[in-house]
Design a protein around this ligand. Structure first.
Ligand code: SF4
Length: 783
């Protein structure tokens, strides 16, 4: 049976049988019944199924397996027949669960509603974290957000109740921290509609960031496709100590691999150094693997994970993991596609940036480098927290630095903010005194949410356009991400270094060697921070912020007003008309870096994430036009006038003209946001041609019926000019592995032909033909 037929047969069965839970959990688990989480007492960890699948695959491949191979192949839909070749074949997988953050959940749930299915097929959750703007501090900001976003929160809560999805209310915390505290466990496979989902790898899970359409597939009980990942091994030796922290491991790896070095690969950490890192520290490292384009990152099950599971009320899962430990660590003798070795004993504190997370500098060098490069050395704001670094240990180490400054009568010279990762962390650091120490040193504790990390920051200390420096313990520092100011030089580093630098107020301070002057005029050095990885007492859970889905939500009404400015039901995209794409205009030829932040900006635009037409007004407004070096200024090829990108796209759409985008390397890196694919499709785009794509964005484009294509010869990027017309020919014979032809028509009448590659497999070609993956799913339903 062809792969697509298997998919179709299974989908038909899923849709007809009424038994929608295809994931491996409940039925097959006989050895021990341990719930996957406290919130789903009837959904069980199923290591027996994992073991069975691993044994089948090991026998077939007849070689030792890496850890990520064990977990990924342990979730194969058909382990007997699945073709497995790293970097080549597409795997059909059965993830155990789905998580969605509020900004991406809106579109995912709107697509799920369009699918017509009554209930999700696997345990799924929604997390309200992205829509809370940092302004005056925790409680006030939360109240304001609940008021402003009431319509969206109500939609997500009611859609969750109707379709069986758990709902984490605003104030509960950041998705990845909640997942680590409650849902990730060794051996789980989880997909999340957020690029930092790999955070859960700190607990030994395969946790992968995807677009909403992928999440809809899994929630619909359809096997989820992933290109069989390569495996990069990072061998850790030595021991972390002093000012060096888990963040420095990933900052160092980012410097080695760069923002696209992990593309198509899982980063697998191993070696004796692993045990010197706390579980939450391992999560930090996995979290930021997204910055190097990795599919995900993972650590092997160990005593630090066991301790964390015990402290978060999941000792039963740890006991079961002990029993199945051989499947939760790599086989000895397994082969990696590439190996990097890092001696933790020699690792120095790092700070990366500005404008890109792979520009690595030892903290000892940054002052001199900044002066040489003309980057402002005075730090305006230090920001700690986010999903990357908001653990109890992170807060403890920052508080340990702050305490030393306070003892000498000092406060932060820079402004200083703290974002707790979850309500549980907030309540526990309040109880244990860390929050007060951080406030005493000058900090403002913000809501348990993403806040400035995603541009939700009502920043008042500078004007837009002012050149300035900020340091954060976040993961991303793309231009304008935090405050929409392209002149903000953002650097990422560990929370304890952010705290030390905020006290000193300058990038020229190296806490390992430099002295501060106390209020008494005496010089002193900060000692390297030391803090407990977990609280001595139990965690304080704080306020109850979870809404269970009812057993039967079928009577629940879900509100989407036709006049809403925030929510809009989706219309299906048009089907492929069976013809080649001829004489397309070029909306923009992009110069240089083009992340999903450039394609669909966050910050103030987050409020339109549930309304496709409104959010399309931010299409590509951050991308630089090669023709004039400007952002959001492109030539309208029909009128010859320059204007904003979205307006030009709308004009072409109105005139019935299809268009293309030309991009550079690693197009669409960054967030998983599928709006970056939905928007061009909505406004009439058909083709995106680049030198290379980031993984999630490439899949998102395919899912929405666009053609992501790459130059067979990257130098052909220079052959296309913004005023040319493009035709993609040979679509009638569109087939996996077969390049497509592109005819470039220049304005002087000459033309030339170039070849374009693609990574479509058979079922993905059907998505294109149907207009989108969702259209295809509906076609199958109707059959
Ligand atoms: S990276 Fe920032 S915006 Fe994304 S989930 Fe983490 S805290 Fe939120």
């Amino acid at each position: 049976m062809a792969p697509y037929c298997v998919l179709a047969a299974r989908l038909r069965h899923a849709l007809n049988s009424g038994v929608r839970r295809y994931h491996v959990a409940p039925v097959l688990c006989q050895r021990a019944k341990v719930a996957m989480s406290h919130f789903e007492p009837n959904e069980y960890v199923n290591y027996e199924k994992l073991e069975k699948n691993i044994n089948i695959v090991r026998k077939r491949l007849d070689r030792p397996l890496t850890l990520s191979e064990k977990i990924v192949y342990g979730h194969l839909d058909d382990p007997e027949k699945q073709e497995i070749e790293r970097g080549k074949t597409y795997l059909r997988l059965r993830p155990d669960r789905v998580a969605m953050q509020d900004a991406t959940a809106q579109m995912a749930m709107l697509q799920f509603i369009s699918s017509g299915l009554p209930k999700v097929a696997v345990p799924s959750t929604i997390h309200c974290d992205h829509l809370i703007e940092a302004q005056s501090g925790g409680e006030k900001d939360l109240r304001r957000a609940k008021d402003i976003n009431q319509e969206v929160y109500n939609f997500l809560a009611t859609a969750g109740a109707k379709y069986g999805v758990g709902f984490w209310k605003p104030g509960s915390g950041i998705i990845h921290q909640i997942i680590l505290e409650n849902y990730s466990y060794p051996g789980v496979m989880l997909i999340g509609t957020d690029s930092h989902t790999p955070n859960g790898g700190g607990l030994g899970g395969i946790c992968i960031g995807v677009g909403g359409a992928d999440a809809v597939d899994v929630m619909a009980g359809i096997p989820w496709e992933l290109k069989c990942p390569k495996v990069i091994g990072v061998k850790l030796t030595g021991k972390l100590s002093g000012w060096s922290s888990p963040k420095d491991v990933i900052l160092k790896v980012a410097g080695i691999l760069t923002v696209k070095g992990g593309t198509g690969a899982i980063i697998e950490y191993h070696g004796p150094g692993v045990d010197s890192i706390s579980c939450t520290g391992m999560a930090t490292i996995c979290n930021m693997g997204a910055e190097i384009g990795a599919t995900t990152s993972i650590f092997p099950y160990n005593a630090r994970m066991k301790k964390y599971l015990g402290k978060t009320g999941r000792a039963e899962i740890a006991a079961l993991a002990d029993e199945f430990q051989q499947h939760l660590v790599p086989d000895s003798g397994c082969q990696y596609d590439q190996v990097i070795e890092i001696n933790l004993s020699e690792l120095k504190p790092h700070i990366n940036g500005p404008f890109t997370p792979d520009l690595a500098h030892p903290v000892s060098d940054i002052g001199a480098v900044a002066e040489k490069e003309g980057w402002p050395v005075d730090i305006r704001v230090g920001l700690i927290g986010s999903c990357t670094n908001s653990s109890y240990e992170d807060m403890g180490r920052s508080a340990a630095v702050a305490k030393q400054a306070l003892a000498r009568g000092l406060k932060c010279k820079s402004k200083f903010t703290i974002t707790p990762g979850s309500e549980q962390i907030r309540a526990t650091i309040e109880r244990d005194g860390y929050a007060q120490i951080l406030r005493d040193v000058g900090g403002l504790v913000l809501a348990n949410a993403c806040g400035p990390c995603i541009g939700q920051w009502d920043r008042k200390d500078i004007k837009k356009g002012d050149k300035n420096t900020i340091v954060t313990s976040y993961n991303r520092n793309f231009t304008g991400r935090n405050d929409a100011n392209p002149e903000t030089h953002a650097f990422v580093t560990s929370p304890e270094i952010v705290t030390a630098l905020s006290i000193a107020g300058t990038l020229k301070f190296n806490p390992e060697t430099d002295y501060l002057t106390g209020a008494d005029g005496k010089k002193f050095k900060l000692e390297a921070p030391d803090a407990d990885e977990l609280p001595k007492l139990e965690f304080d859970p704080g306020q109850d912020t979870y809404q269970y889905p009812p057993k039967d939500g079928s009577g629940q009404h879900v509100d989407v007003s036709p006049t809403s400015q925030r929510l809009q039901l989706l219309e299906p995209f048009d089907k492929w008309d069976g013809k080649d794409l001829e004489d397309m205009l070029i909306l923009i030829k992009v110069k240089g870096k083009c992340t999903t932040d450039h394609i669909s900006a966050a910050g103030p635009w987050l409020k339109f994430r549930g309304h496709l037409d409104n959010i399309s007004n931010n299409l590509l407004i951050g991308a630089i036009n090669v023709e004039n070096g400007k952002a959001n200024s492109v030539r309208n090829a029909l009128t010859q006038e320059f204007g904003p990108v979205p307006d030009t796209a709308r004009y072409y759409k109105k005139m019935g003209v299809k268009w293309a985008v030309i991009g550079d390397e690693n197009y669409g890196e960054g967030s998983s946001r599928e709006h970056a694919a939905l928007e061009p499709r909505h406004l009439g785009g058909r083709v995106i041609i680049t030198k290379s794509f980031a993984r999630i964005h490439e899949t998102n484009l395919k899912k929405q019926g666009l053609l992501p294509l790459t130059f067979a010869d990257p130098a052909d990027y220079n052959k296309i000019h913004p005023v040319d017309k493009l035709s993609i020919v040979g679509l009638a014979d569109f087939a996996p592995g077969k390049p497509l032809k592109c005819i470039i028509k220049h304005p002087n009448g000459s033309q030339e032909t170039i070849m374009l590659n693609h990574t479509f497999n058979e079922s993905q070609i059907e998505w294109f033909q149907a207009g989108s993956a969702l259209n295809r799913m509906k076609e199958l339903q109707q059959k």
